[in-house]
Ligand binder design. Structure first.
Ligand SMILES: NC(=O)c1ccc[n+]([C@@H]2O[C@H](COP(=O)([O-])OP(=O)(O)OC[C@H]3O[C@@H](n4cnc5c(N)ncnc54)[C@H](OP(=O)(O)O)[C@@H]3O)[C@@H](O)[C@H]2O)c1
Length: 171
């Protein structure tokens, strides 16, 4: 299973404001997410993103939708609950997927990275700076990346990296 982590970020590395609003992100960020989902056929989001954005907001995206939470959430029928990142990947593997898309937010991204589960990271970098907010990753971990490519996208650029030294493999 190839795991791709996908985030729309300001050049300062923030994915939303401190109050969790994403008003500084252009529509192209959402379009990019939908294209990635169309390729993978699925996406995985954290409980906070599920609640902040609202599960109904994802109804128009044809995909297997997973929300990760340690709680016994009563999720919308269009979503499946997984209790951990590993459980989310197992659900997708059992359905025959070869690729999984991790769609954020910060806490979930970091959980996947800390567990050494991510193979590739795609940043959609938008031309709008905010100086504080929700960072794309949070907490204590490091990962060595290999640059793959930069290419233009809408108003900004797409930056792709391979994760070469994963946290759980003794980086
Ligand atoms: N720009 C972008 O690309 C983008 C993409 C997605 C989201 N966002 C933004 O990101 C913000 C939300 O990020 P966030 O960091 O606050 O929340 P989040 O990552 O969406 O959700 C965090 C929650 O996910 C669950 N979780 C994470 N790791 C887990 C693990 N190992 N095992 C079990 N559950 C786990 C926990 O839920 P429980 O507490 O229930 O256990 C945790 O509280 C929002 O503002 C959203 O709009 C931006």
């Amino acid at each position: 299973m190839k795991v791709i982590l996908d985030a729309t970020v300001s050049p300062t590395g923030f994915i939303s404001r401190e109050n969790f609003e994403e008003d500084f992100l252009p529509d192209s960020g959402w379009d990019a997410f939908k294209e990635s989902v169309a390729r993978a056929g699925n996406f995985i989001i954290g409980r906070h993103t599920y609640e902040i954005i609202g599960p109904e907001h994802f109804d128009s995206i044809e995909a297997t939708r997973i929300v990760v939470s340690s709680q016994n959430l009563d999720v919308r029928p269009t979503f499946t609950l997984a209790k951990s990142p590993e459980a989310a990947l197992k659900l997708l593997e059992d359905k025959g997927f070869q690729e999984a898309l991790v769609g954020g937010g910060s806490g979930l991204n970091s959980s996947f990275m800390r567990a050494g589960l991510v193979d590739e990271i795609i940043f959609y970098v938008v031309p709008y700076i905010i100086g504080k907010g929700t960072p794309v990753f949070t907490g204590e971990f490091e990962a060595e990346l290999e640059f793959i490519e930069n290419k233009p996208f809408a108003e900004g650029f797409i930056s792709r990296y391979r994760v070469v030294a994963k946290e759980s493999s003794g980086f």
